[in-house]
Design a protein around this ligand. Sequence first.
Ligand code: SAJ
Length: 422
Amino acid sequence: MKQSICIIGLGYIGLPTSVMFANHGHRVHGVDVNESVVERLGRGEVTIEEPDLERRLNEVIDNGMLTVATKPQESDVYIVAVPSPITAAKEPNFDYIRSATQSLVPYVKKGDLVILESTVPPRTVADVMIPILEQSGLNIGEELFVAHSPERVIPGRVFEELISNDRIIGGVNERAAEMTADLYSTFVKGKMHLTDATTAELVKVMENTYRDVNIALANELAKIAATIGVDVWEAIQLANYHPRVNLHQPGPGVGGHCIAVDPWFLVDIQNVNTPLIRTARETNDFMPRYTAMMTNDLIAERPTKRVAVLGLAFKGNIDDMRESPSLDVIHYMNEEGLQVNAYDPHILTEALPEQCATLEETVEGAEAIVILTSHDAFAELDPEPLAQQVANRLVIDTKNCLPRERWEAAGFTVQVLGNSKH
Ligand code: SAJ
C-alpha cells in the first residue's frame, strides 16, 4: 500500500532514502533545516556525491513524488534520519534527534508510524524519542507506532545496498515492527529481521564497533610489520585465506560519521567494562599522528619540509570529509613543522587553507607525495609528469592503492604504510 512519508534530514542517508521511496511510488515530503539544501534539491541539484542519485532525484522532483521543504507536513509515516554526533567529551549529542522528534509532535495522528533511521545509542527510542512523542497525547504502541530501523548502507553503493542489504527492524512492539517491515518491503530485497527497538539500536552500533576494533588490530599489525621487514598487506592477505580470519585493512586513520563515532556510544554506557572498544578508538585515532611522524622521518634529510597530501575525503571515491583522518594528519604535519599542500579531486570547494586547486600546484617542489585516500583517480595517476615536478621522488602510500611498479619505473621510492619488506 502506497503511503505518504515525511523524512526529516536530507543528508547522506535521508536524501537517498527519500528518493528511493518516491521512486517506488510513495508520496514523499523531505525536510531539512538547511534552506540552501532544500532550494538546490527543489531544482533537482544533488547536494551529495552518490552514484545514480542525480537521475533518480530528478525523476521524482519532476513527477512530483518528492517535495522538499524546511517544515514537516502531515503524513502516514515519519522517518528521522538526522545526525547523531558525539560531543568533544565523546558523549552522545541528542540535539538533532530531539529537535527532529519535537518537530513531528504537531503532525502525528492515530495510526501513524515514526521510524528512527539514524544510528543511536541503545535506549534512544525509549528514553529520548518516546517521552517527546507522548506530548501528542497519543498512546505509544496503540495509537502511535514507533520503530528503529538503522541504515546500514555504505557510501558509493547506497542505492544497491538499500535494496540488497538485510534490514534490522526494532519496534516498540510487534505491530510497529510489522508496519515498518511492510513499508520497507516496497524496495528491500534483503531479509527483514524483526526485534525490539533497543536490540536494533545495539545491533547497529555493534556492527560499526566490530569494524572499528578490527581496523585497530590491522593498524597495530601494520606498526609491527613496519619494524620487522614484513609487508603487512601481503601478510593480511595470506592470513585471510584462513576460513575463520577476516583481518581488515590498516590506514592513516578511521573517518566518517559512523565507525569513528558509534563505538563511543558503548563506552559512554559502560565506561569501566569497555577497555577494548576504547583502546581500539584510541589506536585508530593515533594513526594520523603516526602517519605525520612517519612522513617527517622519511624527509628528515631533505632541504625543505614541503609535502603534497593527496586525499581529503574520509574514504575512496566519495566527497565526504566528515571526521576525515586527513584533517588530523594535516594538523599533526603542521605541528611537525611540515609545509603542507593538499588536493582532492572529489572535493573542489575550498575547505582547508592547505588546499590547492590543482594536482600540479600541490606536488610542485614536494619532498614527498602522501596518499591518504584510496580514490580511483590516484590509482590511475601517471607518475611520469609528477616525477618532473617534485623535488624528491618519494611517495608514501598509506592505503596501498598505487600500482607500485609504475611509480618505481618513474623513479619514485614507494613507501607503503606497514611495509618494511620492500
Ligand atoms: N577503513 C580502514 N580499514 C578498513 C575499512 C575501513 O581504515 O579495512 C577506514 C576507511 O578508510 C574510513 C573508515 O574506516 O576512513 C570508515 O570506512 P567504512 O568503509 O567502514 O565506511 P563507512 O563509515 O562509510 O560505512 C560504515 C559501514 N559499516 C560497516 O561496514 C559495519 C556501513 O555499512 C554503515 O552503514 C555506515 O558505516 C554507517 O552509516 O553506519
